[in-house]
Design a protein around this ligand. Structure first.
Ligand SMILES: O=C(O)CCC(=O)C(=O)O
Length: 207
């Protein structure tokens, strides 16, 4: 099996609606992250379980660079989806699935938001070396997602991720470059209870 897996339509429509309702109900809520250079990112973020800081690229128990509040725990319903993804893709057998420590929720407005190519390497050396997969679930507008190799200049595979789609990557691809090139305008499903057109992505990791 490839160490990088896509699964179309992992979530059905009622599950997508439930994800939107869950993330809209989170307290504390979304914020616009600022990088270490003070630049506002083009998306809104809410980190669950552990707070990942865009300032220092480390995990914290409180939102130290945002408002000093403790971040919300990962709701059970989301935790279950993350774990189910690993079994549904047969990435690992059920007995090797463990709870995720962190779920970063990114909320991309349809217009002009993206996430540059990067590697998920803020986690502990043990978590990374274990190869335990990162699980990424998309809800809302479609996006152009890029997955590359271990070097920034390796070739990238480009895919359109639609609402409900799943990406899982670990083992030899755990430190692969990836990014969101753009959100595709006009693709937000009207059935989702989103206050404005956009895309929500849940990314689960052990840290
Ligand atoms: O939004 C996505 O599909 C990817 C998110 C991501 O790469 C990240 O949060 O590190």
């Amino acid at each position: 099996m490839d160490d990088f897996v896509y699964k179309k339509a992992f979530l059905d429509e009622p599950e997508q609606i439930a994800v939107v309702e869950t993330v809209r109900g989170l307290t504390p809520g979304f914020y616009i992250p600022r990088t270490r250079w003070g630049k506002a990112m083009s998306l809104r973020m809410n980190c669950l379980g552990r707070h990942w800081s865009a300032r220092d690229y480390k995990y914290h128990t409180v939102r130290k660079d945002v408002d000093g509040l403790a971040c919300a725990p990962i709701p059970d319903a989301l935790q279950m989806l993350g774990q189910r993804a690993i079994v549904a893709t047969r990435y690992l057998p059920q007995g090797l699935v463990r709870p995720f420590d962190s779920c970063i929720v990114n909320w991309y407005p349809e217009a002009g938001s993206k996430l540059g190519d990067h590697v998920d390497n803020s986690e502990s050396p043990e978590a990374i070396a274990s190869g335990y997969p990162v699980v990424s679930i998309s809800v809302g507008a479609s996006c152009v997602f890029r997955m590359g190799g271990l070097s920034r200049t390796d070739p990238y595979e480009q895919t359109t991720l639609e609402s409900g789609d799943l990406v899982v990557f670990g083992r030899s691809r755990r430190l692969a470059y990836h990014g969101v090139k753009k959100i595709i305008p006009g693709t937000t499903p009207a059935t989702l209870p989103l206050p404005e057109p956009g895309r929500i992505n849940l990314t689960f990791r052990i840290v």
